[in-house]
Each structure stands twice: as structure tokens, then as C-alpha cells.
Design a protein around this ligand. Sequence first.
Ligand SMILES: [Mg+2]
Length: 261
Amino acid sequence: MTAQPSSADIVAFADLDDTLFQTLRKLPGADPTTLTPATVNTQGEPHSYCTPAQSALLEWLGGRGVTLIPVTGRDLTALGRVTLPFFSWRVADHGLSILDPAGQLDPVWASQVAAALQDLQPALSEGHSLMTEWAAAAGCRVTRHQAAGLPFMTVVKHPAADPEPLWALRQQWAQWLDHHPNSPSLHIIGNANNLSLLPRTLGKRAAVEYLRTQHLAHARLTLGLGDSVSDLGFMAACDFALTPQHGQLLRAVLAADLPQQ
Ligand SMILES: [Mg+2]
């Protein structure tokens, strides 16, 4: 991958999974001949795909004058399994890791993250221990993830992707967090397949704001692309926001039947 100077006027910050591509499970009835592979699994086989509309969007975002910056919850290894070309900055680990155009971790961001994570370690560890106990009783699997050399996120998954036990576990975690002194600094995010506890204050939004002010101040227009409610923060930090038709975010907004005021 060749690094290009990021001199583009338009910068697009884009979530990846379920925004720019998704697995076949999320594409029932799609004609496989119209799909373009976008990621591989750990065995190197195609795993997620772009629809024709997503391919057209990517073509446009890959054009002259636009810099495309992924903003993903994937860790650096999983980001490496995305086969789309990225030439500029990359945000991984839900915002906690920022790679420069040459693929090196941004040291300034990494040291800010490490300092903030130090303070949150007791709360993160407590949340992790509690969930490990609850999840075992509910038949769910718990993993812990690191960024800047420190644990930052606990992820819970159900082996059969059953949303009901995950929802019950989410309630338990939320109740604990509501009464915790670090409550404003942490949050729980999730979808039908998984549930995560991670820092709120170091997320995708903070990473996008850091890049905008420190490295991309020349941008005349910034776009935020995301499918999930948890993407809203960074999308709101951009000039315009773009969200896919069947994504969690649009479904939530439509279901809320918001009053016009
Ligand atoms: Mg997504």
C-alpha cells in the first residue's frame, strides 16, 4: 500500500462493517454475482461484501479530491483483513488506535489514550470481572481487548447470536454502570450479536476530532458515514452525515417517530 499525501479538500470518515460492506447473512436474497468481496476471514477466504450501491459509493470516495478514512471498531489485525484500499489515516479499536498514512501508530494519540486508560483500569476491570461471571451463567463468551498496551474493552457474544440473553446481560451491566462513579466515562454499545463495555471519552468521536484539528485542518468538507447509534458521535463531528438505508441508526430514528419541532 503506497501512502499518498492527504491534500484532498474532502475528507470522508467512514465506519466499515454494515456501512461500506457486510457479511452474506445481512444480504438475504442478494445475487452473489453482483457483490464485491471487501474482507477476508482468518483463513483468507472472502467474508464480507459490497453491494453495487456500496461499490459505487466507494468508487466516488476513492476519487480525486476525497480522502477516505476508516473509523472502525475492528482491531488492527481485523482491519488488516479488509481488502479495500486505504491510503491515508486509519482509526481502529473504536477510536483508541490511530494509524498514520504510513501505517504507524500515532504516538501523540497513543500516549493520550494510555494516560486516560490508566485512570479507567479499576472500573474496566470491575466491569469485566462481573460480566465474566454473568456471561458464564448465560452461556455467553467474553473476550478482553487491548489498545496502547492496556485493556480497554470487554466484548460479550452468544455462540448462536441469540439477542435475548445479550439483552438481559446488557441490563445487568447498565445497572452496575449507572451506579459507578466512572459512569460518565464508560458506555455499553451493542447490536444483535454482541455487547461491549468501553471508554466513552476516547471513542470514535474523540479520534475524528483529533484528526480534524491536528492533521486534517485543511479539509473544506468533512463527511461522517456510519450505520450504528454508536457512530452518531463522530458523524456529528463532521459537516454532513450519511447513513445506510437498513442500518441500526436509521431504524432507530424511524422507530422513534420523532416530533417535528
Ligand atoms: Mg458499523
